[in-house]
Design a protein around this ligand. Structure first.
Ligand code: SF4
Ligand code: SF4
Length: 380
């Protein structure tokens, strides 16, 4: 890979990160990576342009067959939980790509984060291809192949690392900035730049600060507390603290201490950032908000139905499960980490898992499979 590739890669990464909420569709179908032969692995990914670019960068030097399935230009996890990367997308790319003539095996590796949307059982039944769930991160693929398709716990887990939080924060703040600038520009004139800087800085800091109050949220979630909670109060205080940075900057630069413009600026920017952070704090592709009603659904286990085969362990991106080897039944010792992605429910072949809310309402596995999870949370 030469310098022009890195310049291109950097440019695309920045562009598609800033505009992450919009789809960037790539061509679907077959691609060969390196020089694959009839025994080489077959892997599948979504048709979000940046995902394909990152996958190829992470697997440089490997030889494999790649199938790009239609996910409407959305990344794997968002597309799978939203129902855009589904059984149909996978079956149609297997059937139309000509892959069956290129290899002498019938095993396909799917990204683990596709598990909320794609049913391994259905793919096998309709195509004869066995699905293996690969790691959550493309960077782990070389090790995964090297270890004969074995995944370590780390390879199965979504970590929400600092750099990913920064990426998400940049995406949200950039979008808010481009939507609000045409309004604020004429309204606030020169102050609009400070307003923009403050909103960007405050949102970035508040978003990446989530781990500070994450533990508190988890405890509150267990107690079923929602909007009026200590966690939300903490968000308010953190936002107030961050917002004051912008106010101090403004006063230092303009040497103005009191003015209606300053006051108006402070109130509007603080409210904007506070509301945004209240809404998106801790958001994942499976629900957009921490205060969202969907968050109150728990995964329940029907031990009568559980046969202890551990597929749920293989697809859970938050390492919630553990096997009771004596009883051959699944347990959920880390249920507080669950992000309600539904992957375990969709993949359990015995329908031993389901969602239940605090009122006792149940969402059956067939409902989760049929409707997936969508970003508006209309699972019921
Ligand atoms: S819950 Fe389902 S997938 Fe998990 S061990 Fe039991 S039967 Fe297997
Ligand atoms: S336990 Fe929660 S996080 Fe893990 S797969 Fe099931 S729904 Fe997703």
């Amino acid at each position: 890979m030469n310098i022009s590739y890195y310049v291109y890669y950097g440019f695309i990464t920045v562009l598609e990160t800033l505009l992450r909420l919009f789809p960037f569709p790539a061509k679907t179908g077959y691609q060969n990576v390196g020089n694959p032969n009839v025994d080489s692995p077959v892997m599948l990914t979504c048709n979000f342009h940046l995902t394909i670019l990152r996958l190829k960068k992470a697997t440089k030097g490997l030889n494999y067959h790649l199938l790009v399935a239609n996910s409407k230009g959305i990344n794997v996890w968002c597309a799978a939980t939203g129902g855009h990367l589904n059984n149909h997308s996978v079956i149609s790319v297997i059937k139309t790509s000509g892959i069956e003539d290129k290899v002498n095996h019938r095993t396909i590796i799917l990204p683990q984060l596709a598990a909320p949307g794609v049913e391994a059982k259905v793919i096998q039944k309709k195509t004869g291809w066995k699905v293996l769930w690969g790691p959550v991160d493309a960077k782990s693929i070389p090790d995964f192949l090297e270890q004969n398709y074995e995944k370590t716990t780390e390879m199965k887990q979504v970590e929400f690392r600092f750099i990913q939080r920064v990426e998400m924060a940049i995406m949200w703040t950039f979008l808010i900035a481009i939507v609000l600038m045409p309004i604020w520009g004429p309204l606030f004139k020169i102050e609009a730049l400070f307003l923009l800087a403050q909103i960007t800085l405050t949102s970035l800091l508040a978003f990446v600060s989530f781990p500070i109050y994450e533990r508190l949220y988890r405890r509150e979630k267990e107690k079923k507390k929602t909007f009026l909670s200590l966690g939300n109060l903490l968000v308010l205080l953190i936002n107030l603290a961050y917002s004051s940075i912008g106010i101090i900057l403004y006063v230092l630069v303009y040497k103005r201490d009191t003015s209606w413009i300053l006051l108006r600026w402070c109130i509007v920017s603080f409210l904007m950032v506070f509301l945004m952070n209240l809404e998106i704090k801790g958001s994942t592709p499976t629900y957009k908000s921490d205060s969202h009603a969907d968050k109150l659904y728990d995964v329940k286990i029907d031990l009568e139905k559980c046969k202890g085969m551990g597929i749920c362990i293989d697809v859970c991106p938050r390492n919630c499960y553990e096997m009771d080897e004596l009883k051959k039944k699944i347990t959920m010792p880390r249920r507080e980490f669950c992000v309600q992605c539904g992957a375990c429910i969709v993949q359990c072949p015995f329908d031993a898992l389901y969602f239940q809310n605090r009122k006792g309402d149940i969402i059956k596995p067939e409902t989760v499979r049929k409707f997936k999870l969508n970003l508006m949370g209309k699972r019921n």
